[in-house]
Ligand binder design. Structure first.
Ligand code: ATP
Ligand code: MG
Length: 714
């Protein structure tokens, strides 16, 4: 479940240096590497870019849009553009590079460093959210935002929404009332897209239309609650930034004048709020470069809209538009297949791609008898490629959703093949990690109701009523630091209350600025918490080792506040994200969701579970638009390899979620006949049964036991 590999984490130091700079306004967000990189004396741009790329990289001032398909060198061009700006004499700290993940910002600036040397280290690079956070810490106070706000991650925000929901009495409603996750989803969609709540309900949640007014009441309460408790959610980060730079004020001018050039990668996945931010930030100079591919837009569920990229020329009048059509990543056979996949899209603006990389093997379409056969094929093939000299980190296995790699993970572990997983459930979303963080968070922000609730509910003898009673009495006492100590618990909760008071007192008297203070705090919390963990959870040992890791990570932070913000804002997805072995001496295979693979490339890529209902996901079959987005996601996955592409699907799926033991599965609708024509078909079967005819497509398999069970309604 945990995505952080303890193997790679153990016994290394300097873990937090990556994050600590996040808190210093004037330091750049992402130091790429400590080692000096020798830059080439001058970069011959014309030799390393094609004419269209060169035109974009050396574009003078003013708005610029690069709209082009996968692997055409959009990201590369952006790196060269940063290098070119630096060569032109633009000061690095006056350049802002916005990317979708911290990792890609780091990598891009690392590459720029190889072109123009270490000055590129001072370029500000990172995600929209991290940049918003940095700006709000620095300028928020002038706009009425307290400096020490706490950032809530999505699940915290949902929990707070639940408190509002309960307070307004909706828990007891007889009719079905939306859950906290739905309430939060609608809210977030509204903030990010500016679509009015009633319209979102009519469109996506008609069953909840009757509660329109209740939604508003809950959101009003949620908003007040956040500000009273000094909490900021992810959406607020963007919203406040947008509102700040849009206002007619000296402050807005000041913020907009921080940068002379702004560059954005993966622009197709930005939302309306982000586009507003960019317009605000560029109001004085209009030096904005965006790159993207409408055919790879995969985040509409988060409010992203391809209108941003399509409307860019209208929003930034006089924008230069540079299309790119040559693909440098994949071989012709791979490109033929991916071109066909995306040619079925309903709407599409970028053109078909060509490459000079002729030759190479056709992509494989692998029919496996069942999941185990699929796993076995993938692992065997990985080992063969490795034998042939392909390093593990040059191979990736991609899937639609995090849970789909479970069987593969077991097999890789059994065969001692090291791997790292991106996407899916993250280390910091794990319940036990959140439990421990809750203690630190109430120390940092005594008004953090969500964390209070979480930790009170952990304590033996404290139930819902007591937890609420305690929180209410603390609120009445103005959240004074001794308010919890003064609260009179019912008899059943007295022991737990006394124990907590003791712990909190001990933590509060600890010096917080000494080196390793946060690590010590966690150690102190664990003297109470580890026993609770043993009581409440299964798989105790790996959980305890997660907490060991958390302690190690905390060691690198200058303060508790820095630690908490960095974790909430950019939860590490994998070991790499802690700043270990960037470029990695560890040779590990990558497992990733298709979403997290965006923008990346590998020598060999396996797309597993190409089954209808899995990829496309069954949850997305409801509307044409969602199916179109799934198609683009498949396109993203299949355009990652340079030389080898394998698409695999099991015929028989053990699937209790569908209420059947076994079901017969259909190949993903995106691998249609025309797509298959460009692929080589392979069937892997259980060793004992006869190989089915590969030309016949999915073979009917009769499962007598399942049929029998079905007869009796089992
Ligand atoms: P995606 O849409 O997947 O994000 P992209 O358009 O950003 O792809 P890049 O990742 O920048 O494409 O480039 C794909 C590959 O092609 C990289 O390995 C890059 O170094 C290489 N490449 C791009 N342009 C050139 C070029 N002019 N000469 C040599 N290699 C190139
Ligand atoms: Mg890219």
């Amino acid at each position: 479940m945990t995505t952080v590999r303890s193997r790679a984490l153990a016994g290394r130091s300097g873990v937090g240096s990556l994050y600590s700079n996040l808190m210093h306004d004037d330091a750049r967000v992402y130091p790429s590497r400590i080692r000096e990189v020798e830059a080439k004396r001058t970069t011959d741009f014309a030799a390393e870019l094609n004419p269209a790329q060169l035109r974009a990289a050396t574009h003078a001032d003013g708005p610029l849009l690069i709209i082009a398909g996968a692997g055409t060198g959009k990201t590369r061009t952006l790196v060269y553009r940063v290098a070119h700006l630096l060569e032109r004499g633009i000061r690095p700290e006056r350049i802002l590079l916005l990317t979708f993940t911290r990792r890609s910002a780091q990598e891009m600036l690392g590459r720029a460093e190889r072109l123009v040397g270490s000055m590129s280290r001072a370029v500000h690079g990172g995600t929209f959210h991290a940049t918003a956070h940095r700006l709000l810490r620095r300028f928020g106070q002038a706009a009425g935002l307290p400096a020490d706000f706490t950032i809530m991650d999505q699940s915290d925000a949902e929990d707070l929404m639940q408190l509002s929901r309960a307070k307004l009495g909706f828990s007891e409603k007889k009719k079905r009332f939306p859950k906290k996750a739905t309430l939060h989803q609608v809210y977030s969609r509204h903030v990010n897209t500016e679509i009015p709540v009633p319209a979102i309900l009519s469109e996506d949640y008609p069953q909840f239309r009757e509660y329109e007014e209740d939604f508003s009441r809950i959101y009003a309460d949620y908003t007040v609650r956040k500000s009273e408790r000094n909490l900021v959610d992810y959406d607020d980060l963007l919203l406040f930034w947008a509102m700040l730079v849009e206002s007619e004020s000296a402050l807005a001018d000041r913020i907009a004048s921080l940068y002379d050039h702004i560059l954005v990668d993966e622009y197709q996945d930005t939302n309306q709020l982000q586009s507003r931010i960019l317009r605000g930030m560029c109001r004085a100079h209009r030096n904005i470069t965006v790159v993207g591919d409408d055919a790879q837009s995969i985040y509409s569920f988060r409010g992203a809209t391809i209108r941003n990229i399509l409307d860019f020329p209208a929003q930034f009048e006089g924008a230069a538009v540079v299309p790119l059509e040559e693909n440098y990543r994949s071989t012709q056979p791979i490109l033929d297949v991916t071109n066909t996949v995306i040619s079925r899209a309903e709407e599409r603006y970028t053109k078909n791609l060509f490459t000079k990389r002729t030759g190479g093997e056709k992509p494989w379409l692998v029919t496996a008898h069942d999941e185990q056969a699929q796993t076995r094929f993938v692992v065997d093939r990985i080992l063969e490629l490795h034998e042939e000299g392909v390093p593990l980190h040059e191979m990736a296995v991609l899937f639609r959703a995090g849970y789909m790699s479970a069987d593969l993970e077991i097999e890789l572990t059994a065969r001692s093949i090291p791997f790292e997983k991106w996407g899916g459930i993250k280390f910091l979303e794990a319940a036990h990690v959140k439990d421990v963080l809750a203690f630190l968070r109430i120390l940092e922000n005594p008004r953090d109701e969500v964390s209070w609730y979480r930790l009170l509910m952990l304590m033996p003898g404290i139930g819902e009523a007591t937890a609420r009673g305690a929180i209410d009495s603390m609120a009445l006492a103005g959240w004074a630091s001794d308010a919890f100590g003064r609260y009179e618990p019912p008899p059943r909760a007295r022991a737990a209350h006394a124990e907590l008071v003791l712990l909190l007192d001990a933590l509060r008297t600890n010096p917080t600025d000494a080196e390793g203070a946060v690590t010590m705090e966690i150690a102190r919390v664990r003297r109470l918490y580890d026993d609770i963990l043993r009581e409440r959870y299964d798989r105790v040992e790996p959980r305890l080792s997660d907490l060991d890791q958390l302690q190690t990570i905390a060691g690198g932070y200058p303060s508790r506040a820095a630690f908490l913000s960095a974790l909430a804002l950019e939860p590490p997805q994998a070991t790499q994200d802690f700043g270990f072995g960037a470029g990695s001496e560890d040779d590990v295979l990558i497992l990733s969701t298709a979403h997290s693979a965006k923008g990346r490339e590998w020598d060999a890529v396996f797309v597993i579970w190409a089954v209808d209902g899995w990829f496309p996901s069954a949850r997305s079959l409801g509307s044409e638009e969602q199916i179109e987005e799934e198609r683009r996601l498949m396109y993203v996955a299949m355009t990652r390899p340079r030389n080898h592409l394998f698409v695999t699907y099991p015929l028989n799926v053990y699937d209790t979620r569908r209420g059947a033991d076994y079901s017969m599965d259909q190949l993903s609708r995106f691998i249609d006949r025309g797509v298959r024509e460009g692929m080589q078909r392979v069937v892997v079967d259980r060793p004992e049964s006869a190989p089915p005819d590969p030309a016949a497509g999915p073979l009917p398999v009769v499962d007598l036991r399942a049929m029998l069970k079905g007869r009796f309604g089992a």
